[in-house]
Design a protein around this ligand. Structure first.
Ligand SMILES: Cc1ncc(COP(=O)(O)O)c(C=O)c1O
Length: 511
């Protein structure tokens, strides 16, 4: 009763799966970014009981294409401007197939020798790409959230004035961590999980440009010290998720040096831009950080999942994460063998490094830099076009590749009507998803609802940003035209179907 295929079937299934992948990546610009189905409709596709008997994989692959691929949100599209999502480079697709074939467990060297050395090399390359010092240590993790958690666990262990690993948070004075109000929510989650307690995560106000107010930080550290608390770590953000603001890293490094604090930089989104000549100056001081979180599935264009925790002194990672039970101790005294299980939380670990190792070589660092530069330039042009327009309004500076703005109609009489602009943009965000030509999400900027466009997608070109504005202008005018229907009425726009025709893209099967 083998679970394996014979050689020919195996090859045929792989070839069929490869065809699906290739079909999926065709005509991306012409396809809706959102499937438009309701949660109930999608859930209805997946209701069968657990199967007892086998089904031919070919039939299942056809079903995957029909039920999964056609209902996928198209974040691979150059017209996807939501959240912070790369389009996933195709080298990564090939690498994931090979990594799964190898099935290496990258926790211990002697069961993943070449994979471990490749991961160490990739960590060095990522550090070099962003200008972090040679000699830094690091580990690949699932993404930005876990990279931040890993670095903050390390900071907690390294800075606690008592043995926090043994005694827990109750073993000494409460530790405090500092981040700006614009920091990512994964910092709150991490501080909670690490037992520091969210009350001890000090949210430092931001200045007009959404960067951390350094004076307020210094004041808070002094206050906490005077109150008998144990200030531990400053979390700077290099590319906030809301607007792309980069905290003044050099000044924060000075504050940390004076106060003996750990400087962690959440560079999950912006980090790779530190390797790009045009943006580099924004990141001055990054090289002074004790730890940095990077998300390779954002601006290094890898398919999900890939994040990287970088720590200036690798021994800090090891003293935080190394626990050696008897059955794993075998051969661990051999210092020539590097076991990643001692440098992070996971024991069993997949071969994430392969997709990054291949992409760094297949494209070369220069091409990755050019792609980042192009993303920044496309979004700067979008911000300029918005600033020049009558009917849109910029709501925040755009230092990287995020633009926060709102639609305000060409009618100047409406431009001061905050309440109406809120409801108009709220309805516009809903209309954008229903329409599907572009994908974009909303956020709040200083209490105002903003349309937030971001790209870290190597496929996005200037024409896509032009198209985005064209679609928003079209939908904005339509939503505004429904004003009489009341501010809270849904626009009820027809779903965009390529000029009314049903979507017909390769691999689209009748249901
Ligand atoms: C600044 C920042 N930090 C952390 C994260 C979390 O990363 P992930 O979604 O990979 O867990 C994000 C995600 O957008 C981010 O922008």
């Amino acid at each position: 009763m083998s679970l394996d295929f014979d050689g020919e079937d195996f090859r045929a299934y792989l070839a069929y799966a490869a065809d699906i992948a290739v079909r999926f990546h065709q005509n991306l610009r012409d396809r809706p970014t959102f499937h438009g189905e309701t949660p109930t409709e999608i859930a209805r596709r997946f209701t069968e009981d657990m199967p007892s008997r086998s089904t031919d994989l070919r039939v299942l692959l056809e079903r995957v294409e029909r039920d999964v691929f056609t209902a996928a949100t198209l974040n691979v599209s150059p017209r996807f401007f939501g959240y912070v999502m790369s389009g996933g480079n195709p080298v990564g697709i090939v690498a994931e197939l090979l990594a799964a074939s190898l099935n290496q467990n990258c926790g211990k060297w002697h069961v993943s020798a070449s994979a471990t050395e490749i991961e160490r090399q990739v960590v060095r390359w990522i550090a070099e790409f962003i200008g972090f010092p040679a000699g830094a240590g690091g580990i690949l993790v699932s993404g930005g959230s876990v990279a931040n958690l890993t670095c903050l666990a390390t900071a907690r262990k390294a800075t606690a004035p008592f043995d926090v690993a043994r005694k827990g948070a109750a073993g000494g004075p409460p530790m405090t961590v500092y981040a700006s109000v614009e920091a990512h929510s994964c910092i709150d989650k991490s501080i909670d999980l690490l037992g520091i307690g969210r009350d001890h995560l000090r949210k430092i106000p931001a200045r007009d440009d959404f960067t951390m107010d350094v004076g307020a930080l210094e004041w808070q550290i002094a206050e906490d010290r005077a109150a008998g608390l144990a200030p531990s770590c400053v979390v700077a953000t290099a590319g906030t998720v809301n607007t792309g603001a980069v905290d003044p890293l050099d000044r924060l490094a000075d504050v940390c040096a004076v106060n003996g604090l750990w400087l962690h930089v959440d560079a999950a989104y912006g980090g790779p831009a530190a390797g790009v000549p045009g943006a580099r100056t924004l990141f001055r001081g990054l090289e002074r950080a004790h730890s940095v979180a990077i998300d390779a599935h954002k601006w290094l264009y890898a398919p999900f999942e890939a994040g990287c925790a970088l720590v200036r002194q690798p021994s800090h990672l090891r003293s935080t994460f190394s626990v050696l039970p008897e059955y794993l101790r075998f051969d661990s005294e051999r210092i020539d063998r590097f076991d990643f299980m001692e440098y992070g939380f996971q024991l069993s670990r997949g071969f994430r490094a392969l997709k990054l190792w291949l992409a760094f070589q297949a494209y070369g660092a220069d091409r990755l830099r050019q792609a980042i530069e192009s993303n920044i330039s496309v979004m700067q042009k979008l911000a300029d076009a918005i600033e020049r327009s009558e009917d849109f309004e910029l709501l925040a500076p755009s230092p990287l590749s995020i633009v926060c703005f709102r639609y305000r109609t060409p009618d100047p009489e409406i431009h001061g009507d905050e309440e109406y602009l809120e409801s108009l943009n709220h309805r516009l965000v809903e209309a954008i998803e229903a329409d599907g030509r572009v994908f974009l999400t909303g956020t709040s900027v200083r209490g105002r609802l903003a349309l937030r466009a971001c790209t870290v997608n190597h496929r996005t070109e200037p024409q896509d940003a032009d198209f985005l504005l064209e679609v928003l202008r079209d939908l904005g005018a339509q939503v505004h035209a429904t004003r009489e229907g009341g501010a809270r009425r849904r626009p009820g726009l027809p779903r965009h179907r390529l000029a009314g025709k049903p979507i017909d893209w390769p691999g689209d099967h009748p249901r």
